[in-house]
Design a protein around this ligand. Structure first.
Ligand SMILES: Cc1cc2nc3c(=O)[nH]c(=O)nc-3n(C[C@H](O)[C@H](O)[C@H](O)COP(=O)(O)OP(=O)(O)OC[C@H]3O[C@@H](n4cnc5c(N)ncnc54)[C@H](O)[C@@H]3O)c2cc1C
Length: 267
């Protein structure tokens, strides 16, 4: 549960960003669902970004533009978005708790906060995705996740290049509505492949060695098995209450192999 002392309702994303920089104790509030998990949190100044027009999924000339306040449920049900990439974005969020929850949780928050357990970040990283920040401008999602010098900014949009990639989603949970103990996504367009693994429990990362190995392969069963082994070897895994590092590594191999077979057999 949290207490808000003052609610600020800026008229523009610039004003929201400036409030974030200049007001002591200011914090952006989106769905408020993760914040409310905090034990007795007091937010001096909550910056409400719900009135800034960031709640739309738009099809631009060559990319999708997803506003930070778009809900997980919008992502799950948007027909245009899910007609691309084998519907991987909808699949990545459809297992997160219930519909009521997904109707409130925003997509901008987990990306902005770089949550390690996030399901949609793993799927987004497997696509050609960038984030548009109010101050830092547009940077690739891969850079945003790894460059911790980008701080305290307002995430406005998630931008996904539209292409004909086939994609696959895999996730393992101890029980249906629990956090993922590991998740994986694969996208493939021609010979180009992206493999991402998240909830390790660190944030999603690309398995670049496995991706390179596949670029010049025939994609037969043995090639895919080698790539899945490589992904499990090159990424690091940790232990927490959900699973041990060893179990995560084993399951990484299994999930990556399943996802690779799914994109191959989709052709
Ligand atoms: C019980 C529970 C279970 C969950 N299970 C899963 C799961 O299985 N898989 C999964 O992927 N996710 C899961 N989540 C996370 C959930 O999907 C959302 O990511 C989370 O609730 C944050 O969204 P929100 O809109 O509520 O953000 P808030 O709680 O409003 O904000 C979270 C943080 O992000 C910051 N923030 C919000 N928007 C922006 C922005 N535009 N720019 C910059 N900073 C911003 C806030 O200041 C705050 O620090 C779970 C969350 C809860 C509470």
């Amino acid at each position: 549960m949290f207490t808000i002392r003052e609610l600020l309702q800026p008229d523009s994303t610039r004003e929201a960003y400036q409030l974030l920089q200049t007001e002591a104790g200011a914090r952006i509030i989106a769905g408020g669902l993760f914040l409310r998990l905090s034990d007795r949190l007091t937010i001096d100044k909550a910056i409400d970004i719900s009135g800034l027009g960031l709640d739309r999924i738009e099809e631009m000339e060559d990319h999708f533009q997803i506003g930070a306040m778009v809900t997980l449920r919008d992502m799950e049900t948007d027909k245009a978005l899910n007609s691309y990439f084998s519907g991987v974005l909808g699949k990545s969020v459809s297992g997160i708790l219930g519909v009521q929850f997904r109707n409130m949780a925003s997509i901008g928050a987990p990306v902005a906060a770089r949550y390690g357990f996030s399901d949609p970040i793993t799927a987004l990283l497997a696509l050609d995705t960038s984030v548009e920040l109010e101050d830092a401008g547009t940077v690739s999602l891969e850079t945003y996740l790894s460059d911790r010098s980008i701080k305290k900014d307002l995430l406005k949009y998630i931008l996904i290049k539209r292409d004909n990639s086939k994609a696959a989603w895999q996730v393992l949970r101890n029980s249906e509505t629990d956090f993922a103990l590991i998740n994986a996504a694969v996208s493939r367009s021609g010979n180009e492949v992206k493999i991402t693994v998240g909830a390790r429990p660190k944030c999603a990362e690309l398995a670049t060695g496995a991706m390179e190995a596949l670029a010049s392969s025939e994609w037969n069963d043995s090639d895919l098995e080698k790539a899945a082994d490589l992904a499990a070897e090159e990424l690091s895994f940790g232990t927490n209450r959900l699973a041990s590092a060893e179990y995560r590594k084993d399951m990484c191999r299994v999930l990556v192999l399943r996802a690779l077979k799914e994109v191959r057999d989709a052709d």
